[in-house]
Design a protein around this ligand. Structure first.
Ligand SMILES: CC(=O)SCCNC(=O)CCNC(=O)[C@H](O)C(C)(C)COP(=O)(O)OP(=O)(O)OC[C@H]1O[C@@H](n2cnc3c(N)ncnc32)[C@H](O)[C@@H]1OP(=O)(O)O
Length: 413
């Protein structure tokens, strides 16, 4: 099969949506035309078998927080290949072309959410952030006695779309505090956050919103649905399905959680993706009752290793030669000297090619995994995936690249 990869023509956009529906076994009937507002259609790529569009992908330009502050990141999404054309190298052709295009456009970092965790490592993406899911029984959701509270706070129910300005205030106050969070465009707020899509509703009721505020304005919010349910003995068995929750301070955070945990007629709260260092873990009197599980969150690919590594801050000073292995983007392969002084908030790093001998040799996906600060390189070393040539070099690099708080994207793009 000979497949050509090229930008998708405007007139092929309905075809692209059709490929996506088929690729993702989509059951919803809503129009996906609003994708045009979320993604950069002019940076889409299609794989053509003759005239037939058989696969594609798009890019959403994001401003993502990394250690040290926000930077431009290419959000890769809507990757799909028709079932009739799978395992014949279509994705490989799309990914190879896309990485070349990103480099040409001057993008140094790409990010994505993977539908399956086995797909993207081969293209140099590293698992940079994890998330945890919880299933908290309402009857065992009490907080420890010294949980923070603030009598000036009150809870208000709101229509999500109407309350958007308040939600944005809270989100903007926290966005740059955690690597992985990214700025939300008007379309992202409207369509992905407060929009009530059929695909997300799936019989779980409308999107609901609580806002926690004081006389000066909002300090926390939660977006959620309530799935109605009763046991055969007429015992209430509803579920709160928490979509997102942000707060600016510990007291507002605690009250926002309480306002969704204490919903009457609900037996439990489920949430699919929270940061691994979510404070709720420490607030519950019975943390085992979180019934937590672990998932991969953001995947990161360093498109240009030297520019990417010079664009973030480091937790401790470092001066090392790293040798990068990268078969997909050969321009990254080779040795670089990474020099950084520590200091949150200020990026004082340089990364340049060198002929000096390497202290550490590692595959490019390991650097992607560590880029947001949440994946200790020492753990990848213990797994046998990194080679240390100078004693202590791996620990030094791992410590320098680690960051608090842990990374988390918060919203699939
Ligand atoms: C960022 C996002 O949008 S994530 C969404 C990804 N899309 C989906 O999950 C939709 C459903 N799936 C698909 O559309 C396709 O199966 C894709 C896009 C995942 C793969 O496309 P294909 O054209 O079949 O991939 P391609 O033939 O290039 O495979 C490349 C390699 O990846 C492997 N691979 C492909 N898909 C998978 C998978 N789902 N799990 C594990 N390995 C995979 C192939 O076996 C092949 O391995 P090899 O290099 O060792 O031979």
């Amino acid at each position: 099969m000979s497949v050509q990869v090229r930008p998708i023509a405007e007139s092929d956009w309905p075809e692209f949506i059709r490929v996506q529906r088929e690729a993702f076994n989509s059951t919803d009937t809503e129009e996906r035309d609003h994708w045009r507002e979320l993604f950069e259609v002019d940076r889409s790529l299609g794989a053509y078998d003759g005239d037939l569009l058989v696969g594609g992908t798009v890019v959403a330009g994001l401003t993502m927080t990394v250690p040290g502050g926000p930077m431009p990141v290419a959000g890769v999404t809507a990757v799909g290949v028709l079932p009739s054309h799978r395992r014949k190298g279509v994705l490989t052709a799309l990914m190879t072309r896309q990485l070349g295009d990103l480099r040409e456009k001057g993008e140094s970092v790409a990010a994505l959410y993977a539908s399956e965790a086995a797909i993207y490592g081969r293209f140099g993406y590293g698992r940079a952030a994890d998330s945890v899911f919880f299933r908290i029984p309402s009857a065992h959701s009490a907080f420890r006695r010294d949980a923070p509270s603030d009598p000036s706070l009150r809870v208000r129910l709101a229509d999500p779309a109407a309350a958007r300005a308040d939600l944005e205030k809270v989100f903007e106050a926290v966005r740059t505090t955690r690597p992985g969070l990214y700025a939300r465009s008007d379309a992202r707020w409207r369509l992905s956050v407060v929009g009530d899509e059929e695909a997300q509703r799936r019989g779980n009721g409308p999107l609901r919103c609580v806002i926690v505020e004081d006389d000066h304005g909002p300090r926390g919010y939660a977006l959620f649905r309530v799935k109605d349910g009763w046991t055969e003995h007429s015992v209430p068995d509803g579920e709160v399905l928490l979509r997102e929750l942000f707060a600016t301070d510990p007291a507002a955070y605690a009250l926002t959680w309480r306002s969704v945990l204490d919903r009457d007629l609900c037996a439990r709260l489920r949430v699919w993706a929270r940061p691994v260092d979510d404070p709720i873990v420490h607030l519950l009197a019975e943390p085992r009752q979180l019934n937590a599980g672990w998932l991969d969150d953001l995947w990161i690919r360093l498109v240009d290793v030297d520019r990417a590594l010079a664009s973030r801050a480091y937790a401790s000073p470092v001066d090392l030669v790293i040798e990068v292995e990268d078969r997909v983007c050969p321009w990254n392969a080779g040795r670089f000297r990474l020099v950084a002084s520590a200091g949150p908030g200020t990026v004082k790093a340089s990364c340049a090619r060198t002929g000096d001998p390497a202290d550490v040799t590692l595959p490019v996906d390991a650097l992607g995994a560590a880029y947001l600060g949440g994946r200790p390189l020492t753990a990848l070393g213990a797994a046998g995936l990194i080679t240390e040539h100078s004693e202590g070099a791996l620990r030094a690099l791992s410590t320098a690249m680690s960051w608090e708080p842990r990374p988390w994207g918060g919203l699939i793009f």
